[in-house]
Design a protein around this ligand. Structure first.
Ligand code: ATP
Ligand code: MG
Length: 395
């Protein structure tokens, strides 16, 4: 990552500083924008400040014995303006020189006339020094901001390349795996009892699952990853529950479910809940209880929980099980056929919906909670609305 540690390109920093401030001062008159309106709009803060400074300069000349007040107004307003606009160095020095000359001239005139002490003139370089200290800090801030922006951009593009690589590699692996599986299945048709063929097919099935899940993870950042539609919470979870309760012999329980609808991608949320229920079955035994339930939490969240009475998760493994290929116990996962991508997918789906997935390992088993942000909606205007629960669109 040596590129990240490089010092900022000063020229670019300066140009960007101008852009950040919205006030790039061009090197020559030929490159000045021609449309007066846009120029006025761009430099409106500077123009307002110039008027304010001019008024204060007039006040300095008119009220000689009170000139310390407009004098300080000019310097304070210049410092404040620079804090927001951060001009490039040359125009900043030119403006500083002009303000120094004007304020020094006014004080000198008064000193000649005997209405001010000559010592007052020291105020000018002192105020200029204060301004330069502030300018130095402001420029450092802009430079740091630009470096941070550049690093964020590099990180984003690196992550995009990383995801694209995973996507392409998984895609390329798909075809040979499918062909190999076809050949092995033909062989098995001629020798159904072969243990070697069964192991090979099993491993290919595992590779298939890895490829499919990696492809899904690699596309999780795409803008069209979610197809949002309105989903009634109760029938949606009931249907899921019925399907799973027929698959595995467990003590299935359907807990309380809230009314209302969620604006989510039903396919993705179903895939996430399938992964949680699959784990609950995989890491429990016949007769153990598995409960599916949901509740509202406050006005802006709905939580869907899958609780099981299985083997539970050691405390030290809780943090890593949401990582790709993160397993609580590698040996156990291998024996139960786990790839270690199910929870990473749940996590990605939850995050794309603006939510998150959490886990608690209870004394007996584990509880996984899918938190989805929701905002209440009401029926059509004029009707007595029934509160529903709709997620913000997008994700
Ligand atoms: N309900 C659960 N009870 C106990 N351990 C669990 C439970 N759910 C997940 N785990 C642990 O978390 C790990 C990660 O789960 P994850 O679903 O990501 O992977 P997996 O189940 O091993 O493989 P797969 O990719 O096939 O889902 C599991 O290997 C397991 O150790
Ligand atoms: Mg799993």
């Amino acid at each position: 990552m040596s590129t990240l540690a490089q010092p900022p390109d000063r020229g670019r920093v300066r140009r960007l500083a101008g852009a950040v401030a919205g006030a790039v001062v061009r090197p020559g008159p030929g490159s000045l924008p021609t449309r007066g309106g846009s120029l006025l709009a761009r430099y409106r803060p500077e123009l307002l400040w110039a008027l304010f400074a001019l008024a204060n300069y007039v006040a300095m000349v008119a009220f000689e014995s009170w000139e310390t007040i407009p004098f300080h107004f000019i310097w304070i307003s210049l410092t404040l303006l620079y804090g927001f606009r951060v001009w490039p160095t040359r125009p900043m020095l030119m403006i500083l020189g002009a303000v120094m000359a004007l304020t020094a001239e006014s004080i000198s005139l008064d000193a000649f006339n005997g209405t001010q002490l000559w010592g007052e003139l020291f105020e000018v370089p002192l105020m200029a020094a204060m301004f330069l200290a502030m300018a130095w800090h402001a420029q450092r801030r802009v430079e740091a901001q630009l470096v941070a922006e550049r690093q964020a951009g590099e990180l984003t593009s690196m992550l995009e390349r990383h995801d694209r690589f995973i996507h392409d590699a998984s895609h390329e692996l798909r075809t040979p795996v499918t062909i190999a599986r076809g050949h092995l299945e033909l062989l098995r048709a001629g020798d159904p009892g072969s243990a070697e063929l069964a192991v090979a097919l099993d491993e290919l099935g595992r590779m298939d699952a890895i490829i499919e899940r990696l492809l899904l993870l690699a596309t999780a950042g795409h803008p069209d990853f979610l197809q949002i539609s309105q989903v009634e919470v109760e029938p949606f979870l009931e249907e899921l529950f019925m399907r799973w309760s027929e698959v595995a012999r467990r003590s299935w329980r359907l807990g309380p479910l809230p009314d209302g609808a969620l604006a989510v991608d039903p396919e993705r949320i179903r895939a996430a809940l399938d992964a949680l229920l699959e784990n609950a079955v995989k890491y429990s035994q016949e007769g153990d209880a598995i409960e599916l339930r949901a509740r509202r939490v406050g006005p802006a969240e709905i939580v869907i929980e899958v609780a099981d009475e299985g083997c539970g998760i050691p405390r030290e493994a809780l943090a890593r099980i949401f990582e790709r290929f993160g397993r609580a116990d590698a040996a156990r996962a291998r024996s139960t056929g786990g790839v270690g991508l199910g929870l990473a997918i749940v996590d990605a789906i939850a995050k794309r919906h603006g939510g998150r997935c959490t886990v608690q390992s209870t004394g007996r088993g584990a509880v996984f909670a899918l938190h989805l942000p929701a905002t209440p909606v009401y029926g059509p205007a004029g009707e007595k609305g029934i509160p529903g629960w709709v997620l913000p669109a997008g994700g």
